[in-house]
Structures are given as structure tokens and as C-alpha cells.
Design a protein around this ligand. Structure first.
Ligand SMILES: Nc1ncnc2c1ncn2[C@@H]1O[C@H](COP(=O)(O)OP(=O)(O)OP(=O)(O)O)[C@@H](O)[C@H]1O
Length: 567
């Protein structure tokens, strides 16, 4: 908008003819310094929220006129406000940093360090080694994403951190970069008289699945190229090497699942007293009942006085956030975008499929339409994933693959490799693939079985729409899933995807009810025709057994009584 139009809005009148030269000077495009800087700072590919295009989220804008989008604030998952609290918004407004406004960032915490808009600014403020800068450029990381702009300075100033940012927005680099920068150089480069590095790993990163740990390891190796960093992915294979204390002392960074590392800690096969940076990726998962004990064991073993703790996730329910913040010192909490909200880049929809038997035909009809591979399909259990893969193959769907925790390591690795190489068009999986895995090309996610929680939904659909790309997410729901529909519908509304009016009018499920979400009993086989056959066989077997029992009983009853007086 031209400058004089803006001033005129405020009631100022100009004689344009008389001040012609001034009008020209003000309307020169170069006069708008902030906007040109903003455009420079968010390249299109990284403008995940599409602020550069419209000043607000692309799909979000569609829903703003929708009264439901206002109402949803009340209908949230954990009884928490779905938008950031007023207090936080206040802080957002008060701090009024251009970077924050651009990306809708809410920061809590005393004296939070200023964001750095570019890698060059980070290099200037925190001296990024030139090798690391060239590795960033080599892998096409030219501009930091919003979460990176904020987290790198916070972590570089050695503050504890809880960071929440939507799936696919670059959280991995947000902690890897400052870890490598803070460690300065590999321990192998330390001179004999330099004791400042201590002995043993100086950074530990925990992730919930082997696949995610492996992916973080690969990402870390990319950044470490050209220097002799020793980054260890904890596995059975590395256990042998690490049994030697001398080898353990030469490790810089450890990446592991909680169970693997905790078992080493318990058996005293590793010391973590030199760890200065501890990161929990997918923090809400790491702090849930399944992993909490192992994570706490690891934290207890990290006894270095300057230990920095950071947690990252796309979702952090109130309970998990409290556990995380309670174990930190003077932390900063940062939320990019809206909490527990997927990116507007993902076009989400809900598809009614009546009942279990109708699901498979509905999926086959869906896949009979042109689709963009690869498509990721989620089922609730391992047997259902295998069964669905089998059914799709029998129905001549090409390049179907399957990945779940019941497969061997080798089978899981092969399935991932095929997916990364583009050989799999349809990948069927369980929750094991829902978190963190980065396949840039996934165009569509289908929730064949309804997700077990809002968090599970957000992470599952977050496998598409990554790194600024658009994606599509379809969720099947049956009559049995209907009571839980409202919670997911709220997520759609929040991120600007359309929801049929009747769904948005559904009552909010109770807390008890929400806990049962996705726990609908489903058979191991997705093909009900086969189930029917199986049920008939079981019925026949029971009938035969019953009739044999009756005959035996009757025979016993009719067996001749000993004649009186015979004995
Ligand atoms: N600064 C950047 N420039 C370009 N691409 C980037 C940048 N940072 C990260 N990416 C790319 O974005 C993708 C998503 O990154 P990443 O896996 O770290 O996301 P995430 O936020 O951790 O997602 P999730 O919540 O699903 O774990 C990756 O392919 C990564 O290479």
C-alpha cells in the first residue's frame, strides 16, 4: 500500500501535485525497509505459515469468518486454552520483535535471548565455525526456520528450553546446530593439556524410536562433515566398541532411544557425568509413562554442574510440559504457531466410512482415484498393518510396503530405505512411524484407523506437508469413532481445514471418553469377509465339540445300571 494512502487513512490530506517529488520519493519500493527485510528473511519455501503471502496463515484465513473457529478455543483437548494464553499473547505483543510477529511466536521466560534472523547473524553473534557454515549451505540450509532463529540463540546462551513448533518445521537443526557450535571442536582435536572438554560424551540426544534416532544421527553427520566428530548412534552393534573406556572417552555426541541408553547406565557400562547438553526430541512421548523412568535414570546420571536441558516437540500437553519445566533451571518456553495445531499447509478431511467392514472397500475406492505417491497409511495395530498390506497387494495396488515394530531390524531398515528411494508408493504403518520421521515427498497421509489421541493425529498427519511443501490428510471414521470425532474436528478447524457443520455441532467428549479414543476393539484382519469365514469355522468347531459333549453325556446316562442282586 502506498505511504500516502496509509497517511490518508489517518485523516491526513496531501496536495499530491504540489508535493510531487515527495510523493515519488516515498513511493519508491526501496523505502519500505522492513517489508523487504521480511521478504528476504522468509523465503517462500520456509514460509510455513504463509505470512509472506497474506499476512496470516493461508487456510487459517478461510476459517476466520467461521464462528466455529472462535468457538473452538473453548473445546480443547486437555482443558488447556488451544490458543496461547492471554498472558503469552500479551508478552508477544509487548516484545513486538518483528521476527516474533512474522511467525506468531510466543515466548515465556526471563530475559529470553533475541532471535537471529539469518545464519550469518548467528555466525556473527556466536561464531559458527566456517566448516559448519559450509555444511549448512551444502545441504541447502540457507535461511533458518522460525524455530531455529529462536532456539539457536537461546541454547547458545546456555538456557534450558522447552520448544514447541509444528511438525516439519526444522526442530532437529534447532538443537543440533547449537550443540555442535557449543562443543566448539571434537574431543579428538583437543590438545593434551586441554582438560576443559573432560572425558566422555558431552551431548546426549534421546528419541523414542530407532528410526528417528537413526535419522537424527544422519542429520548430525551431515553437519559434522569435514571434522573428526565422533557421533555415536547407540545400538547393539556400538555396545561392543563402547565397552572399552578409552573409546567411550573419545565420544562427542550420543544419540539413542531411552531404553537402550538407560540399560547401559544401569549396568554402569557408560558414564554420563561429562554431558553438558541433554535433548529430548518428541518430548511428550519421552515423558509419558512408557519412557519416563528410563529418561529420569538418564537425567540422574548426567551430573555435570552445567548440564543444559532442552525438550522439543510439535505437541506438549500440560502434564508433560509441567514435568519438563520442573526439571529445568530458569527455562525459556517457546511456541511457534499455535500450540497443538498442524500447519495450514496440510489440507485435512474427515471421511465417514460407516463401519469396520466398509473401510477396506472405501480405501480401495479412494486408491482407485488418481493419487500422488508416496501415500502413508496408519493402522492401529501391527497385525492390521500386515493384513491391510496383504489386502492391497491382493487387490493389485502396486508397490505396497509395510513397517511396524513387530518386524526385524533388518526388515524395518529395508522398508525405510525403499520408502526413501521412492520404491514404495503406499506405506502402511503403525504409530512407530508417526513421530519425527522425515520423508519430504509424502503427499498424503490416510488414517485408516482413527488416531488414539489428538497428539497422535497431529504427529501422524505431520508426516506430510514438511519443509514448506503442501500435503493432504484423510481420516476415516466409523460410527464407533464418532464420539471422539469432535476432538479431531477441533484440530481441523484450528488449522483452517473445513469441517461439516454436523460434526462441528457434536458435543465435546468428556475427559473419560477422550481417554478411550482409538481404543475401539478391531479385529486383526481388515477384511471382514475373511473374518466372517473365520467366525463360521470357529462356530462349526464349537458346534461339533458341543454335540460330542452331549452325545457323551447321553451315553453315560443311558449306560445299563447293574442288575439288582447280580453282585
Ligand atoms: N533451515 C532450513 N532450510 C531448509 N530446509 C530445512 C531447514 N531446516 C530443516 N529443514 C528441512 O525440513 C524438514 C523437516 O525438518 P525436521 O525433521 O527437523 O522437522 P521437525 O520439526 O523436527 O518435525 P517433526 O515434528 O515431525 O519431528 C527436513 O527435511 C529438513 O531437512
Amino acid at each position: 500500500m502506498e505511504a500516502f494512502q496509509l497517511l490518508a487513512r489517518g485523516g491526513v490530506q496531501f496536495d499530491r501535485k504540489r508535493f510531487q517529488t515527495d510523493v515519488e520519493r516515498f513511493n519508491k519500493p526501496t523505502t519500505s525497509r522492513t517489508s523487504s527485510k521480511a521478504d528476504e528473511a522468509i523465503p517462500n519455501a520456509l514460509d510455513f505459515f504463509k505470512y509472506a503471502q497474506s499476512g496470516q496463515a493461508k487456510r487459517k484465513s478461510d476459517s476466520l469468518g467461521n464462528p466455529e473457529s472462535k468457538k473452538r478455543k473453548l473445546d480443547n483437548e486437555d482443558g488447556e486454552p488451544e490458543h496461547e494464553s492471554n498472558e503469552e499473547n500479551q508478552q508477544e505483543a509487548e516484545e513486538s520483535r518483528p521476527q516474533q510477529q512474522k511467525h506468531r511466536v510466543a515466548i515465556k521466560g526471563k530475559d529470553a535471548p533475541q532471535a537471529a534472523d539469518t545464519f550469518a547473524e548467528m555466525a556473527e553473534r556466536f561464531s559458527i565455525p566456517s566448516q559448519l557454515l559450509s555444511n549448512l549451505a551444502k545441504y541447502d540450509y540457507h535461511h533458518p526456520t522460525a524455530i531455529q532463529s529462536h532456539c539457536v540463540p537461546i541454547l547458545m546462551e546456555l538456557r534450558d528450553l522447552a520448544a514447541i513448533s509444528p511438525t516439519g518445521t526444522g526442530k532437529t537443526l534447532s538443537y543440533l546446530l547449537p550443540i555442535i557450535m557449543s562443543l566448539k571442536k571434537p574431543i579428538s582435536h583437543a590438545s593434551e593439556d586441554d582438560n576443559s572438554m573432560g572425558a566422555g560424551a558431552r551431548a546426549v540426544i534421546l528419541a523414542p524410536t530407532k528410526e528417528l534416532a537413526q535419522q537424527i544421527h544422519n542429520e548430525c553427520l551431515k553437519l559434522c562433515q569435514g571434522r573428526k566428530w565422533r557421533v555415536v548412534l547407540f545400538s547393539k552393534a556400538t555396545a561392543n566398541t563402547l565397552s572399552d573406556k578409552k573409546s567411550r572417552d573419545r565420544v562427542d555426541i550420543i544419540i539413542s532411544t531411552p531404553l537402550r541408553l538407560a540399560s547401559f547406565v544401569t549396568s554402569k557400562s557408560i558414564e554420563l557425568d561429562n554431558v553438558r547438553h541433554l535433548v529430548l526430541d518428541e518430548a511428550d512421548r519421552m515423558l509419558d509413562a512408557e519412557f519416563l523412568d528410563q529418561v529420569q535414570e538418564t537425567i540422574t546420571a548426567c551430573t555435570h554442574p552445567q548440564l543444559q536441558k532442552a525438550v522439543f516437540s510439535a505437541t506438549l500437553p500440560a502434564g508433560a510440559e509441567k514435568i519438563a519445566l520442573d526439571m529445568m533451571r530458569n527455562p525459556v518456553r517457546i511456541v511457534v504457531g499455535l500450540k497443538d495445531t498442524p500447519l495450514p499447509l496440510i489440507a485435512q478431511s474427515l471421511t465417514y466410512v460407516a463401519d469396520e467392514p466398509s473401510k477396506l472397500p472405501s480405501l480401495l475406492t479412494h486408491l482407485a482415484q488418481p493419487y500422488n505417491p508416496p501415500v502413508l497409511i496408519f493402522t492401529s495395530t501391527q497385525p492390521r498393518a500386515s493384513s491391510l498390506a496383504e489386502e492391497l497387494v491382493l487387490n493389485s495396488i502396486p508397490n505396497v510396503d509395510c513397517l511396524h515394530a513387530g518386524m526385524t531390524n533388518k526388515e524395518r531398515e529395508d522398508a525405510l530405505r525403499r520408502m526413501r528411494q521412492g520404491q514404495s508408493w503406499i506405506m502402511i504403518s503403525t504409530e512407530v512411524m508417526a513421530r519425527g520421521l522425515d520423508f519430504k515427498g509424502v503427499r498424503e497421509v490416510i488414517n485408516y484407523d482413527f488416531p488414539t489421541s489428538v497428539q497422535s493425529y497431529i504427529h501422524r498427519i505431520g508426516r506430510t506437508g514438511r519443509a514448506g511443501r503442501e500435503g493432504k490428510a484423510t481420516t476415516f471414521f466409523t460410527n464407533e469413532d464418532a464420539p471422539y470425532l469432535k476432538a479431531i474436528a477441533n484440530v481441523l478447524l484450528q488449522s483452517g481445514s473445513p469441517v461439516p457443520e454436523w460434526i462441528s455441532k457434536l458435543p465435546k467428549p468428556s475427559k473419560m471418553k477422550r481417554k478411550q479414543m482409538g481404543k475401539v476393539a478391531r479385529g486383526d484382519s481388515v477384511n471382514w469377509a475373511r473374518n466372517v469365514g473365520k467366525r463360521d469355522a470357529v462356530k462349526r468347531r464349537d458346534m461339533v465339540a458341543g454335540s460330542k459333549r452331549r452325545i457323551k453325556k447321553a451315553t453315560n446316562n443311558t449306560s445299563p445300571e447293574p442288575e439288582l442282586g447280580e453282585s
